[in-house]
Unconditional design. Structure first.
Ligand SMILES: Cc1cc2nc3c(=O)[nH]c(=O)nc-3n(C[C@H](O)[C@H](O)[C@H](O)COP(=O)(O)O)c2cc1C
Length: 188
């Protein structure tokens, strides 16, 4: 059987942050069942905001006109069978790094399903508040649900939980296990 390609996109500016730790567990789970896993860290990718220039929608357009971190990421998104996106909750929604990525998916818009149709999606979120509502995690979850439903890419699982200091999430064994299970699901 063909190896599944899983792209793990880490959206925290913290190198060893809580959402990153869960994303690494998801990567581990996917590798364990034989998937090919690639990890990218948005903090290292210098992705600029969408310019809304609409160049990507013109007849014969070859994607986004900007040459930045997305130049590397667009082909990786296309090639993946499944995609994990991890993010901290910042100001009651996803991190700015992840929002930049989401906006830049607009450049796939000339194609059916934004080039991501049918790909399995996994979402990982961490936040400081104990509650997913008052933390704002639900806003991020809803935004991902709406965006990927629009694109036609099914969300296969969402792993989210509370942690504040770097590494604190390791103490939540259930969440660590859930993240590995998400990786396995996406890598199968
Ligand atoms: C700029 C900033 C904004 C934040 N906003 C929120 C918030 O709105 N709600 C919340 O519960 N936690 C908030 N937090 C806390 C982080 O979500 C929390 O520490 C999370 O575990 C960080 O994940 P990371 O370690 O993967 O970066 C914020 C932290 C920072 C630095």
């Amino acid at each position: 059987m063909k190896k599944q390609k899983v792209l793990v996109i880490m959206g925290s500016p913290r190198k060893r942050g809580n959402s990153t730790i869960l994303a690494e567990e998801a990567a581990k789970g996917a590798r364990r069942i034989g998937a090919e896993v690639e990890i990218v860290r948005l903090r290292d990718m210098a992705i600029r905001p969408c310019l809304a220039c609409e160049s990507c929608r013109r007849k014969g357009a070859k994607g986004c006109v900007q040459d930045d971190g997305m130049t590397l990421l667009y082909p990786k998104l296309r090639a993946a069978d499944a995609i994990v996106i991890s993010s901290p909750v910042y100001w009651f929604t996803m991190s700015a790094q992840v929002k930049l990525l989401m906006d830049r998916l607009y450049a796939f818009g000339a194609e059916k399903g934004y080039a991501l149709e049918g790909k399995g999606i996994g979402i990982i979120l961490t936040y400081a508040d104990a509650d997913p509502f008052s933390s704002g995690a639900v806003n991020a979850l809803r935004a991902f649900q709406d965006a990927f439903a629009f694109i036609g890419a099914p969300i296969k699982g969402m792993v989210y939980g509370s942690a504040s200091k770097v590494g604190e999430i390791r103490g939540n064994k259930t969440l660590m296990k859930d993240a590995r299970a998400l990786g396995k699901k996406l890598g199968a």
